[in-house]
Design a protein. Structure first.
Length: 600
């Protein structure tokens, strides 16, 4: 299999500072980083080189269809000076040979023919046209199939220099960008070769031109603006030869020269080459506009393909409707289950064992009974149904989201309790609310529990939320029960001791009077135990209910959003979409710099 190695013919230039078009230069340079996939780097570097000076060299390609012989003849005619005798370089350029390598004509005081490059012959010739207008002309033959209607016309502005290597079954390709390109066809039969360039440029901004070699010419003033112009090379060569024979043949020369159609080509060739201080050559400006236009077209094409791919992976509306109805039904059953099962659990004999007056005998069972409520009555059926529902959604083509296990209850939605609802909030999203940081539970627990896993698959959300709620609320509830009971016993013992001390220390104190102190301490400690413990139990019940509702609302919202978006998450839009957005913004920055008057 043949292997292609493509390189740019223009080396990358260092950053240039303090030039008139600095902002355009900087924003255009950024295209290499931000839009390299959509921009031809050879053209980009050629445009940057043109912005570095006020009078840069302009490179024009003459591409001969099915061979470069006529292209060399036309280049000789365009550069010839009829007032001088025929120089040696014109004869060598006009000679036909079997070397199909491209030729680059540059200005030089002394003719020099560098034949060493395997892809390109560089000839320096003393042409006044090249010197005056700072021109370089690339002459190359192209295949007729390369100029048909299927080819992007802008490809002619980036001719390819190829060299085959049969021994290694490889060929090298060098992209040689130019500012203008002339496609020269041999006769009217090859006019179809120009069909691809007829839509390339508007008449006011032509970077591409077509020419057809014909035996007849009908010159008009408008022909220089035509996309394809007829030209008679034989007439032009005859005119130049006649004038060089004698200056007396000037009338014949003028008639034959204008009938050849070459003056119209020459007008197009030299158009936009003049520059004035503080401005940019029109050819450089047109190259920048062409580069931006081509880059924008490629970005739009990529975006269209991307949107088509995204649309092809979308879930049908009928499927989304079925899944949405199933999610609604699941949510209703889950809320009903949460309400009914918790009501049964909190009215069961097991929960009633934790009444305040039974606490001295059941204090060690607080964590076991509370954990049993969570494991048996907190969204058990909803968790199993969610796994089944997620399976249906995945089967339809949606992606299971990876996000935090549960939401934080907002202040308006959370129950108005001391600390218990914040315990679950802290387990899910981090530190507790600062307004309740000094609450009783926080003061009782002197160490921070181990961090929980931050992310979870949504089929496991309820299970992880249950574990988080249990780990952050049951242990403080157990500790509070022990603390309250210890406080009650301590208060009762202290008041009883004080009662005995008063009775034995003061002889006038009766037993009933001394017992009043002990009775007062017992009533106070029992009342405090009843009030604080029943408030804690109610707060824990409210927290369990409210956080269950929060989890259900959150899970339903996430999955409903995923269903309504129709599988858009199935497309990897992290890299590709960002790349297109960055490229589009980079192109827009160049356009903005131009609109600000930096490129005139």
């Amino acid at each position: 299999m043949a292997c292609t190695i493509s390189i740019s013919a223009i080396p990358w230039q260092k950053s240039i500072r303090n030039i008139p078009t600095q902002k355009v230069y900087d924003t255009l340079s950024a295209l290499e980083k931000n839009a390299a996939v959509y921009t031809d780097l050879g053209q980009l570097q050629l445009a940057l080189r043109g912005l570095e000076s006020e009078n840069p060299i302009t490179r024009i390609a003459i591409l001969g269809v099915n061979g470069a012989r006529n292209a060399r003849r036309l280049a000789r005619i365009l550069l010839a000076d009829p007032l001088d005798a025929e120089p040696a370089w014109e004869k060598q350029l006009a000679d036909t040979d079997n070397d199909e390598r491209a030729i680059l004509l540059c200005y030089g005081e002394t003719p020099n023919y560098d034949q060493r490059h395997p892809l390109l012959r560089t000839w320096t010739v003393p042409s006044k046209t090249l010197q005056t207008h700072r021109l370089e002309i690339l002459i190359q033959g192209i295949d007729s199939n390369a100029s048909n209607v299927q080819v992007d016309p802008h490809i002619f502005l980036i001719p390819s220099l190829e060299m085959a290597n049969s021994s290694a079954a490889r060929y090298s390709v060098v992209r040689y960008p130019v500012h203008k390109a002339l496609i020269l066809s041999d006769g009217l039969s090859d006019l179809s070769a120009h069909s691809s360039i007829t839509r390339a440029q508007s008449p006011e901004n032509q970077m591409l031109k077509g020419a057809a070699i014909t035996g007849w010419i009908d010159t008009t003033e408008q022909e220089s603006k035509a996309v394809v112009m007829p030209v008679n090379i034989n007439h032009a060569e005859t005119a130049i030869s006649t004038f060089r024979q004698s200056i007396d043949n000037s009338i014949s020369y003028e008639r034959t020269w204008f009938s050849s159609g070459v003056p119209n080509l020459s007008t197009w060739l030299l158009a936009g080459l003049d520059s004035t201080p503080g401005t940019i050559k029109p050819t450089i400006r047109n190259l920048v506009y062409s580069l931006l236009s081509t880059t924008s077209s490629r970005i739009q094409s990529s975006e269209a393909d991307y949107l088509q791919t995204t649309a092809s992976k979308a879930i049908p509306s009928s499927t989304r409707s079925v899944l949405s109805n199933a999610l609604t039904a699941w949510s209703e059953r889950a809320h009903t289950e949460l309400r009914d099962h918790l009501s049964l659990a909190f009215s069961s004999p097991s929960w009633r064992k934790l009444a305040w007056w039974k606490l001295p005998w059941r204090v060690d069972d607080v964590d076991m009974i509370a954990a049993d409520v969570m494991q048996r009555s907190w969204l058990q059926s909803a968790e199993k149904e969610l796994i089944w529902l997620v399976g249906r959604i995945e089967q339809a083509g949606l992606v299971v989201p990876e996000m935090k296990i549960a939401p934080t209850s907002s202040p308006d939605e959370a129950p108005k309790v001391d600390v218990h609802s914040s315990a679950f909030t802290a387990a899910v999203v981090g530190p507790p609310n600062p307004d309740i940081a000094g609450s009783l539970y926080h003061s009782l627990i002197g160490i921070e529990p181990p961090p929980l896993q931050e992310h979870s698959n949504y089929p496991q959300t309820i299970s992880r939320a249950r574990n988080a709620l249990s780990s952050r609320t049951i242990t403080p509830l157990q500790s509070l029960a022990q603390s309250l009971l210890l406080h009650s016993f301590s208060t009762t013992l202290l008041t009883s001791s004080l009662s005995a001390l008063v009775y034995f220390s003061i002889s006038t104190t009766s037993l009933s009077e001394a017992g009043t102190i002990a009775a007062l301490g017992l009533v106070y400690s029992a009342r405090r135990l009843q009030r604080r413990w029943e408030d804690a139990r109610k707060a824990w019940r409210d927290t369990v209910r409210e956080e269950g509702r929060s989890v259900l609302r959150h899970v339903e919202g996430v999955w409903r959003d995923s269903i309504e978006r129709g599988g858009e998450e199935a497309v990897d839009e992290g890299v590709e979409a960002k790349e297109m957005r960055v490229a589009r913004e980079a192109v827009q920055r160049v356009r903005d710099a131009i609109e600000e008057g930096q490129l005139k």
